[in-house]
Design a protein. Structure first.
Length: 460
């Protein structure tokens, strides 16, 4: 089998001359000097592998994902004792002879298909320092994966719904507070790239996006547990704590939330938290044109990745004559997305802002009748009433409903929603949880919030 390769760097010509002098099945089809030219050449389909003599430190996860989707293996020549942040880069010792370099390229090409299948597009930060260490590295990686069973990882809940503000953020914020108060270690992620609002609802004042920064580090393989701890905002929720990852503060920053990087962030959060609740945007349309460019970010990467990485999807619908049919059509779009990706993720449907003025007397019965006639196969799991006074009070003070009005009707309804979510996610009962997860002293809270944004502006 012929293996045409692209060589990046190699200004001395040592590797190019050495490879060509061997006259074997590996040949150099292009010699380029920057990563942009390398990606463009790889997209033409003329190469099976890339040999990076320089600039390998500038590779990002998105670039690697694009190359692997093109079935192009990646090899890098690095100094002895050095390491790279991505294990899918096949490293070759800079002191290796040309025959060893060629063997490394062959092994990288042979491993490409199996590696992509086993990792499913998720790239782990596990360095491999030389060709001689690959076998031992693979064994260590497989052992680590087997030891980290699925039961040890946190559960991901994606909050999604149709356009028209049905209450996705309200559900995400209040379910996060209930999960934290139940003793779980919880992280609330704002992945809405159209209108991030978790920070405003909870009275946070920082005007930076911790999610964008995490994606930046993840894209370069530099995200670790310490950086996550530095970037999250921790607030006091009653006697417990809640970690928050704020979203982008302007919709035009959507390019900073790349799918592969966000996938890496979510998988790292699974290792740190019991529950990860993600507030997503309404749009899950896939840009078919941009999808042909493996390096280009997709407009809806934030929502698409959050949904496809989740263990359960909570669908929020608005309980009115506009919101119900929108929810029906949105569920069809969600089904098509899951069908196209061949991923079956369970989902629960809840209707929010239920009131007689919007759908008539006995609103739940009216919605049930309409749902049975026009709705999809999913049943409605529950309802949350419209209570503007309570929700406005909570939002104005930067609190959850459980903090502002725990005994209110809407507060009790959210407790019922959380009970359902706890069951479908198989969360551990509160009595089985240790006290160190979310019940910490106030000294550990790195972000105090009591007054909401408008209250601060008014000096109240």
């Amino acid at each position: 089998m012929q293996i045409p390769i692209i060589v990046v760097g190699d200004t001395s010509g040592r590797y190019i001359l050495g490879i060509e002098s061997q006259r074997g099945n590996i040949s150099v089809v292009r010699h380029v000097h920057d990563l942009g030219e390398m990606l463009g050449t790889a997209q033409s389909g003329i190469a099976r592998a890339v040999l990076l003599v320089t600039q390998y430190e500038d590779l990002t996860q998105s670039m690697l994902a694009a190359l692997y989707e093109l079935d192009v293996a990646v090899c890098a020549v690095i100094d002895p004792g050095s390491s790279l942040p991505f294990s899918e880069i096949y490293t070759i010792d800079a002191l290796a002879d040309i025959p060893d370099v060629l063997q490394g390229v062959r092994l990288a090409v042979d491993r490409l298909e199996d590696y992509s299948d086993s990792h499913g597009g998720v790239y782990d930060r596990q360095p491999s320092n030389s060709t001689s260490e690959v076998e031992s590295h693979e064994a260590e990686l497989n052992q680590a994966v087997s030891e980290k069973t699925e039961e040890c990882l946190g559960k991901v809940l994606a909050i999604w719904g149709a356009q028209g503000a049905p209450g996705r953020t309200t559900f995400a914020v209040n379910l996060s507070g209930l999960a934290a108060n139940a003793g779980h270690k919880v992280c609330l992620v704002d992945a809405d790239t159209y209108g991030a609002s978790v920070g405003a609802v909870l009275g946070l004042t920082d005007d930076y996006s911790s999610l964008a920064q995490m994606c930046h580090f993840a894209d370069r393989g530099n995200l670790d547990s310490q950086k996550i701890d530095e970037l999250v905002s921790t607030i006091q929720h009653k006697s417990h704590q809640l970690d928050i990852i704020s979203g982008i503060n302007r919709p035009d920053r959507w390019t900073e939330i790349r799918g592969k990087a966000l996938s890496r962030v979510i998988n790292m959060l699974r290792e740190k938290y019991d529950v990860i609740i993600i507030d997503t945007s309404f749009c899950i349309e896939q840009d078919e044109v941009a999808a042909f460019d493996g390096l280009a970010p997709l407009r809806n990467d934030g929502s698409l990745t959050s949904i496809l990485e989740s263990d359960h999807i909570l669908v929020v619908g608005a309980a009115d004559v506009v919101g119900v049919p929108r929810t029906v059509k949105a569920l069809d779009s969600l089904k098509n997305l899951l069908s196209d990706t061949m991923i079956d993720i369970p989902r629960s449907v809840f209707f929010n802002k239920v009131r007689a003025d919007a759908v008539g007397a006995n609103p739940t019965v009216a919605i049930e009748h309409a749902w049975e006639r026009f709705g999809p196969s999913e049943k409605i799991e529950g309802y949350v009433s419209e209570d503007r006074a309570t929700t406005d009070k909570a939002c104005l003070s930067g609190k959850t409903i459980m903090e502002a009005a725990p005994k209110s009707k809407v507060g009790l309804e959210f407790e019922s929603v959380f009970t359902h979510i706890s069951a479908v996610l198989a969360l551990r009962p509160a009595e089985d949880l240790s006290d160190d997860a979310s019940n910490l002293s106030s000294d550990n809270v790195r972000y105090k919030r009591k007054l909401g944004p408008l209250a601060r502006l008014w000096g109240r």
